[in-house]
Design a protein around this ligand. Structure first.
Ligand code: NAD
Length: 313
């Protein structure tokens, strides 16, 4: 089948396109390389449309003939959205609206990557999809808008849509070395360089870290079987791992004890985030489980094998 991956040059997208190509799919990537890397697509037999989801010309070209769209293009990162909320809204909310509109014209199935950040300051754990949403950052608000449009297009136009709330994804091709990098690549990079790990807050904040191979399995499965849902669905492991536990996992993998550089807590960050997975398990009963220990070991191994040769990331 023909699958369009918006944001296919990014972390999750570049893992997904490899899985789709291995499956024998025809793959189109629409990406403007704002946070993704051309090098992530090197040597892959796919059709690349270089441009923005906000550009109707590029989007129209990319969506042509696609049976399914996996919409990942976005400006990620909570601090980035706090620094530039309008850009976050334009790409994440308006951009999603544009992608849905393109799908409405062609009838393609659409999977949309929303985020656990839509729960925001709601204190309840685990995060079940029926909870209220109280975003704490423009990023969370923009993802909530994207998710809302996805649900609305499903109802208003009978479009086959699937809004997925991804929880902290990590794994190969997620890189450190830029201002808005995620905590796992930042810690691995610092650990391998032998410099202190920049810890924001007391380290007790916890996340439902989810290995990227599980996420790409879900996204590919959703595209192949045109999975739909008229309610949002969490995608996570149901784990509750603190940053101190992450550091403890890393120490034996890098073979030395790790020093910490304490930094203030970040604005917009929640203290804990852990998913309830009933809907997820009902829709994706055979999704592969990767334990945190296995996933972190694979991620450290990938980083060790590539980090010296990284391009300028
Ligand atoms: N990584 C996570 O932990 C996580 C968690 C929850 C949700 N998500 C969502 O999953 C999706 C993928 O995340 P990621 O971690 O791979 O991020 P990423 O930044 O690595 O990838 C996003 C890709 O989108 C592209 N892009 C940005 N603006 C664009 C535009 N206007 N037009 C075309 N392409 C554009 C970027 O160049 C990049 O290649 C995003 O929607 C993100 O919000 C990610």
């Amino acid at each position: 089948m023909k699958v369009l991956v918006t944001g296919g040059a990014g972390f999750i997208g570049s893992n997904l396109v490899r899985r789709l190509l291995d499956h024998g799919d025809e793959v189109v990537v629409l990406d403007e390389f704002s946070t993704g890397f051309r090098a992530n697509l090197d040597g892959l037999d796919l059709h690349l449309v270089e441009g923005s989801i906000l550009d109707d010309g590029a989007l129209g070209l990319a969506v042509k003939g696609a049976d399914s769209i996996v919409h990942l293009a976005a400006l990620g990162s909570i601090p980035r959205s706090i620094a530039n909320p309008v850009a976050a809204h334009e790409v994440n909310a308006t951009g999603t609206l544009r992608v849905l509109e393109a799908a409405r014209k062609t009838g393609a199935h659409v999977t949309v990557a929303s985020s656990s950040s839509v729960y925001g300051s709601v204190p309840d754990l685990p995060r079940v999809e029926t909870l209220a949403t109280r975003p704490m950052s423009p990023y969370g608000a923009s993802k909530l808008a994207a998710e809302g449009y996805t649900l609305a297009y499903g109802k208003s136009y009978d479009l086959e849509t699937l809004p997925l709330r991804l929880f902290n994804v990590y794994g190969q091709r997620q890189v450190a070395g830029h201002a808005y990098a995620a905590v796992i690549p930042v810690f691995i990079d610092a650990a391998l360089r032998g410099i202190p790990l920049p810890l924001q807050g007391d380290g007790r904040q916890s996340r439902d870290f989810t290995f990227v191979d599980t996420v790409t399995w879900v996204l590919a499965h959703a595209a192949h079987y045109r999975i739909t849902s008229d309610v949002p669905v969490n995608v996570a492991m149901g784990a509750n791992i603190s940053l101190l536990e992450l550091i403890a996992e890393l120490e034996p993998l890098v073979g030395h004890s790790l020093e910490i550089e304490e930094r203030p807590e970040r604005v917009g960050d929640v203290q804990a985030s852990c998913a309830e997975l009933q809907r997820f398990r009902r829709l994706f009963p055979s999704a592969p489980t990767v334990t945190f220990t296995e996933g972190i070991a694979a991620t450290v191994e990938w980083t060790q094998s590539t980090w010296i040769d990284h391009p300028s990331w």
